[in-house]
Design a protein around this ligand. Structure first.
Ligand SMILES: [Zn+2]
Length: 58
């Protein structure tokens, strides 16, 4: 995770829209996650893959 320089910074900024957000999952804020889920596009698939890599499959 050497290239991940956003995860420990305060305040936490969404890597997608750049807004400061209290709720983030692997860099995306809640608003972006909702948008990605609705779009079901390539960005959503990428985010899902990052979530899986971060937290593992259950
Ligand atoms: Zn966002």
């Amino acid at each position: 995770m050497a290239d991940d320089d956003t995860s420990t910074a305060l305040p936490q900024t969404c890597v997608r829209c750049g807004q400061v957000a209290l709720i983030r999952i692997v860099g995306r804020c809640g608003d972006c996650i909702g948008t990605l889920g609705l779009e079901q596009g390539a960005d959503y698939a990428e985010w899902r893959a990052e979530v899986k890599a971060e937290f593992g499959a259950k």
